[in-house]
Design a protein around this ligand. Structure first.
Ligand SMILES: Nc1nc2c(ncn2[C@@H]2O[C@H](COP(=O)(O)OP(=O)(O)OP(=O)(O)O)[C@@H](O)[C@H]2O)c(=O)[nH]1
Ligand SMILES: [Mg+2]
Length: 248
Protein backbone atom coordinates (compact mmCIF):
# COMPACT_ATOMS: atom_id res chain seq x y z
CA UNK A 1 0.00 0.00 0.00
CA UNK A 2 1.34 3.35 -0.94
CA UNK A 3 0.86 5.28 2.26
CA UNK A 4 2.87 7.71 4.32
CA UNK A 5 3.09 6.04 7.71
CA UNK A 6 2.07 7.65 10.98
CA UNK A 7 5.68 7.48 12.07
CA UNK A 8 6.84 9.30 8.93
CA UNK A 9 4.15 11.96 9.37
CA UNK A 10 5.18 12.56 12.97
CA UNK A 11 8.83 12.68 12.08
CA UNK A 12 8.26 15.11 9.20
CA UNK A 13 5.94 17.33 11.23
CA UNK A 14 8.51 17.59 14.03
CA UNK A 15 11.34 18.18 11.60
CA UNK A 16 9.46 20.91 9.74
CA UNK A 17 8.53 22.68 12.98
CA UNK A 18 12.08 22.38 14.24
CA UNK A 19 13.65 23.69 11.03
CA UNK A 20 11.17 26.53 10.82
CA UNK A 21 11.95 27.59 14.36
CA UNK A 22 15.69 26.94 14.12
CA UNK A 23 16.77 27.46 10.53
CA UNK A 24 20.36 27.81 11.67
CA UNK A 25 20.38 24.09 12.45
CA UNK A 26 19.30 23.17 8.93
CA UNK A 27 22.71 22.05 7.78
CA UNK A 28 23.29 19.78 10.72
CA UNK A 29 19.80 18.34 10.76
CA UNK A 30 19.56 16.95 7.26
CA UNK A 31 23.11 17.00 6.06
CA UNK A 32 23.04 20.42 4.53
CA UNK A 33 20.92 22.31 2.07
CA UNK A 34 21.66 21.37 -1.46
CA UNK A 35 20.52 23.03 -4.62
CA UNK A 36 21.36 19.84 -6.47
CA UNK A 37 17.96 18.33 -7.12
CA UNK A 38 19.54 15.09 -8.32
CA UNK A 39 19.87 14.17 -4.67
CA UNK A 40 16.14 13.95 -4.08
CA UNK A 41 14.62 10.53 -3.57
CA UNK A 42 11.28 11.68 -5.04
CA UNK A 43 10.15 13.80 -7.97
CA UNK A 44 10.03 17.36 -6.64
CA UNK A 45 7.63 19.73 -8.37
CA UNK A 46 7.37 23.48 -7.77
CA UNK A 47 4.10 25.25 -8.53
CA UNK A 48 4.37 29.01 -8.58
CA UNK A 49 2.20 31.93 -9.59
CA UNK A 50 0.61 35.06 -8.23
CA UNK A 51 -1.93 34.92 -5.40
CA UNK A 52 -5.28 33.74 -6.67
CA UNK A 53 -3.96 32.20 -9.89
CA UNK A 54 -5.43 28.89 -8.77
CA UNK A 55 -2.40 26.96 -7.53
CA UNK A 56 -4.09 25.34 -4.53
CA UNK A 57 -7.18 24.54 -6.57
CA UNK A 58 -4.98 22.89 -9.20
CA UNK A 59 -3.06 20.87 -6.60
CA UNK A 60 -6.34 19.73 -5.03
CA UNK A 61 -7.37 18.41 -8.46
CA UNK A 62 -4.01 16.76 -9.02
CA UNK A 63 -4.06 14.81 -5.77
CA UNK A 64 -6.69 12.17 -6.63
CA UNK A 65 -5.09 11.61 -10.05
CA UNK A 66 -1.63 11.16 -8.56
CA UNK A 67 -3.07 8.85 -5.90
CA UNK A 68 -4.72 6.79 -8.64
CA UNK A 69 -1.24 6.26 -10.05
CA UNK A 70 -0.25 4.83 -6.67
CA UNK A 71 2.00 7.77 -5.84
CA UNK A 72 2.52 9.02 -2.30
CA UNK A 73 2.24 12.81 -2.33
CA UNK A 74 3.54 15.48 0.03
CA UNK A 75 2.35 19.06 -0.48
CA UNK A 76 4.28 21.96 1.04
CA UNK A 77 2.31 25.19 0.70
CA UNK A 78 4.37 28.29 1.38
CA UNK A 79 2.40 31.22 2.71
CA UNK A 80 4.08 34.54 2.07
CA UNK A 81 1.86 36.74 4.17
CA UNK A 82 0.54 35.69 7.50
CA UNK A 83 2.50 35.20 10.64
CA UNK A 84 0.72 32.18 11.95
CA UNK A 85 -0.43 30.97 8.57
CA UNK A 86 -3.98 30.43 9.72
CA UNK A 87 -5.47 31.95 6.59
CA UNK A 88 -3.40 29.87 4.24
CA UNK A 89 -3.89 26.74 6.25
CA UNK A 90 -7.61 27.21 6.28
CA UNK A 91 -7.65 27.91 2.56
CA UNK A 92 -5.54 24.86 1.79
CA UNK A 93 -7.64 22.69 4.06
CA UNK A 94 -10.77 23.74 2.27
CA UNK A 95 -9.36 23.29 -1.22
CA UNK A 96 -7.59 20.04 -0.49
CA UNK A 97 -10.01 18.68 2.10
CA UNK A 98 -10.90 15.57 0.12
CA UNK A 99 -7.31 14.43 0.36
CA UNK A 100 -6.70 15.28 4.02
CA UNK A 101 -7.97 11.89 5.13
CA UNK A 102 -5.95 10.05 2.50
CA UNK A 103 -3.08 8.16 4.13
CA UNK A 104 -1.03 8.58 0.98
CA UNK A 105 -1.14 12.37 1.19
CA UNK A 106 0.59 14.71 3.64
CA UNK A 107 -0.09 18.45 3.44
CA UNK A 108 1.73 21.17 5.36
CA UNK A 109 1.64 24.95 5.21
CA UNK A 110 4.91 26.75 5.86
CA UNK A 111 4.75 30.35 7.01
CA UNK A 112 7.58 32.62 5.99
CA UNK A 113 6.94 34.60 9.18
CA UNK A 114 8.12 37.80 7.64
CA UNK A 115 11.63 36.40 7.36
CA UNK A 116 11.66 34.62 4.07
CA UNK A 117 15.42 34.43 4.29
CA UNK A 118 15.02 31.81 7.01
CA UNK A 119 12.82 29.65 4.84
CA UNK A 120 15.35 29.88 2.04
CA UNK A 121 17.72 28.07 4.37
CA UNK A 122 15.31 25.58 5.88
CA UNK A 123 13.30 24.72 2.77
CA UNK A 124 15.97 22.64 0.98
CA UNK A 125 16.40 20.21 3.89
CA UNK A 126 12.64 20.13 4.42
CA UNK A 127 12.13 19.17 0.78
CA UNK A 128 14.90 16.63 1.00
CA UNK A 129 13.42 14.99 4.09
CA UNK A 130 9.97 14.91 2.49
CA UNK A 131 11.38 13.33 -0.65
CA UNK A 132 12.39 10.33 1.42
CA UNK A 133 8.81 9.58 2.47
CA UNK A 134 6.94 10.23 -0.78
CA UNK A 135 7.05 9.65 -4.52
CA UNK A 136 6.22 13.21 -5.44
CA UNK A 137 6.69 16.39 -3.41
CA UNK A 138 4.74 19.45 -4.56
CA UNK A 139 5.86 22.88 -3.33
CA UNK A 140 3.37 25.73 -3.77
CA UNK A 141 4.77 29.25 -3.71
CA UNK A 142 3.10 32.56 -4.45
CA UNK A 143 4.74 35.36 -6.33
CA UNK A 144 7.26 37.56 -4.62
CA UNK A 145 9.82 36.92 -1.96
CA UNK A 146 13.19 35.29 -1.63
CA UNK A 147 11.84 31.76 -1.64
CA UNK A 148 9.95 32.39 -4.85
CA UNK A 149 13.06 33.61 -6.57
CA UNK A 150 15.00 30.53 -5.48
CA UNK A 151 12.35 27.88 -5.82
CA UNK A 152 13.02 26.89 -9.41
CA UNK A 153 16.54 25.92 -8.42
CA UNK A 154 15.29 23.60 -5.69
CA UNK A 155 12.83 21.54 -7.72
CA UNK A 156 13.06 19.03 -10.55
CA UNK A 157 10.04 20.30 -12.46
CA UNK A 158 9.04 23.94 -12.22
CA UNK A 159 5.50 24.93 -13.14
CA UNK A 160 4.13 28.43 -13.48
CA UNK A 161 0.38 28.91 -13.10
CA UNK A 162 -0.99 31.98 -14.83
CA UNK A 163 -4.55 33.20 -15.13
CA UNK A 164 -6.16 35.99 -17.08
CA UNK A 165 -6.36 38.34 -14.13
CA UNK A 166 -5.43 41.95 -14.69
CA UNK A 167 -2.97 42.82 -17.37
CA UNK A 168 -1.72 39.86 -19.37
CA UNK A 169 1.81 41.10 -19.82
CA UNK A 170 2.24 41.83 -16.13
CA UNK A 171 1.19 38.31 -15.34
CA UNK A 172 3.61 36.80 -17.75
CA UNK A 173 6.45 38.54 -16.03
CA UNK A 174 5.42 37.34 -12.61
CA UNK A 175 5.62 33.97 -10.97
CA UNK A 176 9.07 33.26 -12.34
CA UNK A 177 7.53 32.26 -15.66
CA UNK A 178 10.84 32.52 -17.48
CA UNK A 179 12.16 29.53 -15.53
CA UNK A 180 9.13 27.33 -16.07
CA UNK A 181 9.37 23.88 -17.64
CA UNK A 182 5.60 23.86 -17.86
CA UNK A 183 3.08 26.67 -17.97
CA UNK A 184 -0.45 26.02 -16.77
CA UNK A 185 -2.90 28.61 -18.04
CA UNK A 186 -5.80 28.45 -15.62
CA UNK A 187 -8.66 29.61 -17.79
CA UNK A 188 -11.06 30.70 -15.08
CA UNK A 189 -14.17 30.29 -17.23
CA UNK A 190 -15.93 33.24 -15.66
CA UNK A 191 -13.32 35.79 -16.61
CA UNK A 192 -13.39 37.93 -19.70
CA UNK A 193 -10.55 37.87 -22.14
CA UNK A 194 -9.60 34.28 -21.42
CA UNK A 195 -9.34 33.21 -25.04
CA UNK A 196 -7.24 36.19 -26.00
CA UNK A 197 -5.03 35.62 -22.99
CA UNK A 198 -4.46 32.01 -23.97
CA UNK A 199 -3.50 33.05 -27.50
CA UNK A 200 -1.08 35.62 -26.12
CA UNK A 201 0.40 33.11 -23.74
CA UNK A 202 0.84 30.59 -26.57
CA UNK A 203 2.48 33.15 -28.81
CA UNK A 204 4.72 34.75 -26.25
CA UNK A 205 5.60 31.96 -23.87
CA UNK A 206 5.46 28.57 -25.47
CA UNK A 207 7.11 28.18 -28.87
CA UNK A 208 10.18 30.34 -28.48
CA UNK A 209 11.19 29.17 -25.11
CA UNK A 210 12.89 26.13 -23.80
CA UNK A 211 14.72 25.24 -20.63
CA UNK A 212 17.94 23.53 -21.59
CA UNK A 213 17.01 20.80 -24.06
CA UNK A 214 13.47 20.70 -22.75
CA UNK A 215 10.80 22.32 -24.89
CA UNK A 216 8.52 24.17 -22.53
CA UNK A 217 4.98 22.87 -22.47
CA UNK A 218 1.85 24.99 -22.16
CA UNK A 219 -1.46 23.55 -20.97
CA UNK A 220 -4.76 25.29 -20.62
CA UNK A 221 -6.95 24.05 -17.83
CA UNK A 222 -9.81 24.94 -15.57
CA UNK A 223 -8.71 24.10 -12.06
CA UNK A 224 -12.10 24.82 -10.57
CA UNK A 225 -13.98 22.45 -12.87
CA UNK A 226 -11.15 19.96 -13.09
CA UNK A 227 -10.75 20.28 -16.85
CA UNK A 228 -7.43 19.58 -18.55
CA UNK A 229 -5.78 18.30 -15.38
CA UNK A 230 -5.11 14.76 -16.64
CA UNK A 231 -3.37 15.98 -19.79
CA UNK A 232 -1.40 18.46 -17.75
CA UNK A 233 -0.19 15.69 -15.44
CA UNK A 234 0.49 12.96 -18.00
CA UNK A 235 1.77 15.00 -20.93
CA UNK A 236 3.35 17.74 -18.86
CA UNK A 237 4.46 16.72 -15.37
CA UNK A 238 5.16 13.03 -16.04
CA UNK A 239 6.74 13.67 -19.43
CA UNK A 240 9.17 16.10 -17.88
CA UNK A 241 9.84 13.71 -15.00
CA UNK A 242 10.63 10.88 -17.42
CA UNK A 243 12.50 12.98 -19.97
CA UNK A 244 15.88 12.63 -18.35
CA UNK A 245 16.06 16.42 -18.53
CA UNK A 246 14.57 17.21 -15.20
CA UNK A 247 17.82 18.34 -13.67
CA UNK A 248 18.59 20.85 -16.40
N1 LIG B 1 -14.09 30.09 -11.53
C1 LIG B 1 -12.89 29.62 -11.24
N2 LIG B 1 -12.36 29.93 -10.05
C2 LIG B 1 -11.16 29.46 -9.74
C3 LIG B 1 -10.40 28.64 -10.64
N3 LIG B 1 -9.23 28.32 -10.05
C4 LIG B 1 -9.24 28.92 -8.83
N4 LIG B 1 -10.39 29.60 -8.64
C5 LIG B 1 -10.79 30.36 -7.44
O1 LIG B 1 -9.87 31.41 -7.24
C6 LIG B 1 -9.61 31.58 -5.85
C7 LIG B 1 -8.13 31.42 -5.59
O2 LIG B 1 -7.75 30.09 -5.91
P1 LIG B 1 -6.54 29.37 -5.18
O3 LIG B 1 -6.44 28.01 -5.73
O4 LIG B 1 -6.62 29.52 -3.72
O5 LIG B 1 -5.35 30.27 -5.70
P2 LIG B 1 -3.83 30.22 -5.24
O6 LIG B 1 -3.03 30.50 -6.46
O7 LIG B 1 -3.53 29.00 -4.50
O8 LIG B 1 -3.74 31.49 -4.28
P3 LIG B 1 -2.73 31.77 -3.05
O9 LIG B 1 -2.45 30.49 -2.35
O10 LIG B 1 -3.45 32.77 -2.22
O11 LIG B 1 -1.49 32.34 -3.69
C8 LIG B 1 -10.45 30.55 -5.13
O12 LIG B 1 -11.61 31.17 -4.71
C9 LIG B 1 -10.71 29.52 -6.19
O13 LIG B 1 -11.92 28.82 -5.95
C10 LIG B 1 -11.00 28.33 -11.91
O14 LIG B 1 -10.43 27.62 -12.75
N5 LIG B 1 -12.25 28.86 -12.15
MG1 LIG C 1 -2.82 28.63 -2.54
Amino acid sequence: MSIISKADRGRLARLITHLQDNPETAEKTVGGPSANSKLYAAHVVGISGVAGAGKSTLIAQMLPILRNEGLRVIVLAIDPTSDVSKGALLGDRIRMRDSYEDEGVFIRSLATRGASQALTVSLPPIIKACSESADIVIVETAGAGQVDIEIHRLVDTFISVIAPLGDAITLMKSGQTEHAHIIAVNMREGLDGGKLFLEQARTILAPHSSQGSWQRGLFSLDAHRGEGIKDFIHQGVFTHRDSGLRNE
